[in-house]
Design a protein around this ligand. Sequence first.
Ligand SMILES: CC(C)(COP(=O)(O)OP(=O)(O)OC[C@H]1O[C@@H](n2cnc3c(N)ncnc32)[C@H](O)[C@@H]1OP(=O)(O)O)[C@@H](O)C(=O)NCCC(=O)NCCS
Length: 260
Amino acid sequence: MTTAPAPTPTLTAADIPDRFTVDSAELQAEVSARTPILFRADGEPYIPLPAPFERFYLGVMRHWDTPHDVAMMNDIRVARTLVGPPFPLPVRASKNWLLKERRDVTAIFAAYAEGKFLPAGTAPFSILRELKPDGSEVYVGQVTVFYCGDDTKRLTPVNAAWEEWRTRTKVWEIGAAIHPDYQRTGLATAAVDVFMHQWVIPQMGATELRAQCFASNLGSVKLWQKYGFVEEPSLRGEVTVSEAKGGGVEPDMTLIWHLK
Ligand SMILES: CC(C)(COP(=O)(O)OP(=O)(O)OC[C@H]1O[C@@H](n2cnc3c(N)ncnc32)[C@H](O)[C@@H]1OP(=O)(O)O)[C@@H](O)C(=O)NCCC(=O)NCCS
């Protein structure tokens, strides 16, 4: 969670409450009828994972998540497999993400309140948590999607039959990270399924997604292939791994999914 733009000086993480909540029962009902978003008793929005992961959900980042986020991203078992983020990840980067996500979710709900539903410009449900039967919660990981920027041109065909509101030009980069204690249980598969197929494609209107990973990262390659991502040979490269992460040069690859 490092590529979030620097926040404007007028708003800092300290200015925002721990949780984003929606008070209006009417708005909650309207949103739940038109999107996959549900609401907790306090009005906090979330997107649930299906069985057998009913205890898990995608939520809007809270202050509470920051230390867990930084700890996971700085766990060498996770950091070593990631191409992009700096290592060690500074707390500042996580707080910048918190701010960005809060702005994004605020903008989306402001649009909902005016009856504007599609497209949602962003995906402010990046945190995967487990809600235990006793009410306690565990930070489990994150799923993210970034706009690649105007310089990244799409490499896949546009279909004239797509709905008008879908983006035909924007390319997005998707990513996932699961805490090592929870890996290889199917959670990334389930979380990415919900994130892609309930939010990024139907709500944001994405038509081309990319995932970048080290070629040696078999779990990641397998994860994206499950959802129809195919390696793009022209985007193969090599990454110099920082000394802090063990050094060396590693081949990386980009896998692309596109809407047919
Ligand atoms: C990649 C990552 C997100 C996968 O999360 P996960 O919850 O363990 O994934 P799942 O349990 O859903 O497994 C997905 C598939 O990959 C396979 N897999 C997972 N880890 C693997 C590994 N280390 N080696 C080989 N295969 C692996 C699983 O067996 C599964 O395939 P299957 O359904 O055919 O059995 C997780 O390993 C992770 O967070 N790694 C660190 C960060 C990272 O590399 N992110 C990806 C960069 S975009």
